[in-house]
Design a protein around this ligand. Sequence first.
Ligand code: CA
Length: 514
Amino acid sequence: MERREFLTAGAGLALALAGASCSLRERAAKQRPNILFIFSDDHAVQSIGACGSVINTTPNIDRLAGEGVTFDRCFCANSICAPSRASILTGKHSHANGKKTNGDTFDIGQTLFPALMQQAGYATALIGKWHLRAEPRGFDHWEILPGQGSYYNPDFMTAEGTVRREGYVTEIITDRSLDWLRNRPGPERPFLLMCQHKAPHRVWAPGPGQLDLYREGEIPEPETLFDTWDDRVEMLKENEMTIARHLMYDYDLKVPGLNRPDALGRDFKNPEYARMTPAQRDRWDAAYKQENDAFRSMNLSGKALVRWKYQRYIKDYLRCVAAVDESVGRLLDYLDETGLAGNTIVVYSSDQGFYLGEHGWYDKRWMYEESFRMPFLIRWPGHAAAGTRTAALSQNIDFAPTFLDAAGIRIPGEMQGMSLLPLLRGRTPGGWRDALYYHYYEKGEHNVPPHEGARDRRYKLIHYYEQDLWELFDLETDPRELHNRYRDPAYGDIAARMHTTLDRLKKQYAVPEE
Ligand code: CA
C-alpha cells in the first residue's frame, strides 16, 4: 500500500471519529493497532538467527521473522547509543535533532513520536534504558535506568523518585513491561510500549540464568579477527577498540587480579560485581573461577591470547543476548495468551550494530556494515507479509514516521524519515530512496575520527573530513570492506557518482558543513 493511501486511511479515521458517537469512537479506537517496541542496546544482526547468525540462535526473535518482515538493510544515522535513540524518537538525523554525541544536550521539547501518539489517545509507556539526559516526555508511565544503567540490582528513575530493584536487569525490564501491560489504565485504548533493554551493552554481564550457556565448545571466529587494517585509511590503525589490546581484564573479561592493564594502561574493576548480593557473587564466581584459573596458568600470548579473549568476550555477549531473546518470547507469549497479538505491531530492533570480533574489534561507531546496520523485524498480522524479507534501504529515522502512519496520525513534515509500511507487503514503491546518509561526530573513547558518508545498494563512500581522507567500498565484491577503492582508476566513475550522491543527501537533509 502506498504511503498516501495509509495517510488517507488515517485521515478518514479521524473524520469518522470526529462525527462518531462515543461507542463508535471507542470501537474505532480499538481498531488502531497497539505498538510493542522491543529495543536492545548494541545487538548486532550477526547474532540473530533469522539474520544469518553462525554463532548463536535466537528462537524468539526469529518468531518475529517467521510471522513478519525482516529488514535486511536497516541502518542507523549515527552509530552510537544516545544519538540513535534521538533519531528514533524524532525521525531526524543527528544534526537536525541536536543530539550528535552522547554528551550533547537533547531538547526534550521537540517533536517526539510518543508524545504525538499520547495526544492521539494512545496509552504510552517507556520501561528500561533511555539515555537521553532529560526527563522523558510523551509517556503516561516511565521507569528508566539512569544513564547506561546496571545489569545487577539496577536502579530505576521514575516520576516519583529512584528505586533499586533486586535481580537481573533484562528480566526486571520484562517483568515491569508485562506488569504495565496487565494493569495499564484504560485497557480499551491502544497502547505504545517501549521496552528498552540495557543488554547486550558493555560490560556484557550475563544473568544467573545464562552464566552457564556456551560453557562447552568454542564460538566460530569471524574471518577478520586478525585484520591488520591495511589498504584503508591510515587512522584505522590508531583505533582503540581491539579485542587484542583494549579489552580490560577485570572490567570486560571478568578476570580480576591479573595486574595486566590494557594498551592505555587501564584495568578498571568490573562495576557489576560490586553491586551483587553475596548469593549473586557466589553464582558469578562459580561460573568464571575454573576458566580463570586455567587462563592464569596458561600464560597465553600472541594470537592464542587474542583467541582466548575473543571467546570470553563473545560468550558473555551471547549470554546477554540469550536473556533478551527470552524476554521477547515472554512478551510474545503474553500477547498470544491475552488475544492482543492480532492487533499489535511488534518490532524488535537495537540502537546500532556492533563488532563481534570483525576487524579485530568490539564496539561500534565506524560506518562499516557491522555497526552501521541495525536489526529491524516487524510483525503485524494481516498487514505484514509473514516470513518475508526486504532489501529496501531503511534507517532509524524511519521508525517514527512508520509508527505514526500505522496509528493513523499525520506524519509531521519536519520528520526526515519515511514510513516503512508500504514495504511490509513485500513491494518496494517506485521512487523509494536509493541511498542513505550517515554521520558520526564524537571525538572520544576508542579514537574513532568523525566521518560522514553515503551508502547505496552496492557502494559506500566515507569522508573523514578532519583529515580529508576518503574510502570507497564495493560491498558486492568486498563485503568485509577490506579494500578501499577510492583511488582505484577502475572505480573512478563510481567514486564520482557517490560524491554526487553524498552531496545530494546533504542538501536533502540540510546538513551544515562541519
Ligand atoms: Ca548502543
